[in-house]
Design a protein around this ligand. Structure first.
Ligand code: PEP
Length: 255
């Protein structure tokens, strides 16, 4: 039986957002602020690296945290165009997404590289949000759980703990498509992943937050959050509009 953990509702702005969108971020921070005293969740927006510093200053004093979307596995060095975990910390980030399927696909990131990024994040005190998920073909072939098991085993470092790691289950075919797995399939995958985490990390594995990601919208958030093994969401498109993101936040029940 998984322990109750404090939910996390995280947005991923992907390659969207310049200073023109900071007022929208401020509206998210102000909306989240309305629930400050009794908020049943943590809220986070992962912005493009160029915005982290200004985003942190924009939301200062609110309960909204700011994260990055990727970091390099190395501490520093000759990696033109890359961002280190220390740079994200320096800019004020609290978390970083690693192993998002778009980076695995666009940049050929492997599990071992994703693990290196998570380790680099941990070494700098960042929470690593480690993404895993199967493709449409893998689900149709009936190997979704095997694929996710392999990604989990290969991407999560030994030092993963509830304090430094969040896992996001994001079926690749559900990202940005408006499609979602059935509630039964989400629950089955989350229960399975929870068991994998418990087997590998013991009691700590029951407290690592397990998010669902893939076309979460105001219209489906409530039913997804009603699944007890879903500890929150990673949200792409719907995190760009304060109204949508805050409506999703409002759908999170007290646990
Ligand atoms: C994502 O980018 O992680 C994501 C889940 O996107 P969307 O919500 O747009 O499907």
């Amino acid at each position: 039986m998984a322990e109750t953990v404090r939910p996390l509702i995280a947005g991923n702005w992907k390659m969207n957002g310049t200073s023109a969108e900071l007022p929208e971020l401020k509206r998210i921070a102000d909306g989240a602020e309305g629930t400050r005293s009794n908020s049943p969740y943590d809220a986070l927006i992962c912005v493009p690296a160029t915005l982290v510093d200004r985003a942190v200053r924009t939301v200062a004093g609110s309960p909204l945290a700011i994260g990055g979307q990727d970091c390099h596995g190395a501490e520093n060095g000759a990696h033109t165009g890359d961002i280190s975990a220390a740079m994200l910390v320096d800019a004020g980030a609290a978390s970083v997404i690693v192993g998002h399927s778009e980076r695995r696909a666009d940049h050929g990131e492997t599990d071992i590289e994703v693990m290196g990024k998570a380790l680099a994040a941990h070494a700098q005190g960042l929470t690593a949000i480690v993404c895993v998920g199967e493709t449409r073909q893998e689900r149709e072939d009936g190997v979704a759980m095997d694929v996710v098991d392999t990604q989990l085993a290969g991407s999560l470092p030994k030092d993963a703990a509830p304090e430094n790691t969040v896992v996001a289950y994001e079926p690749v075919w559900a990202i940005g498509t408006g499609l979602t797995p059935s509630l039964h399939d989400i629950e089955a995958m989350h229960d399975h992943m929870r068991e994998q985490l418990r087997e590998r990390f013991g009691a700590a594995g029951t407290r690592i937050r397990l998010l669902y990601g893939g076309s979460v919208k105001p219209a489906n958030a409530e039913e997804i959050f009603a699944i007890s093994s879903v500890d929150g969401a990673l949200i792409g498109g719907a995190s760009l509009k304060s109204g949508d993101f805050l409506a999703i936040c409002a759908a999170m029940p007290a646990r």
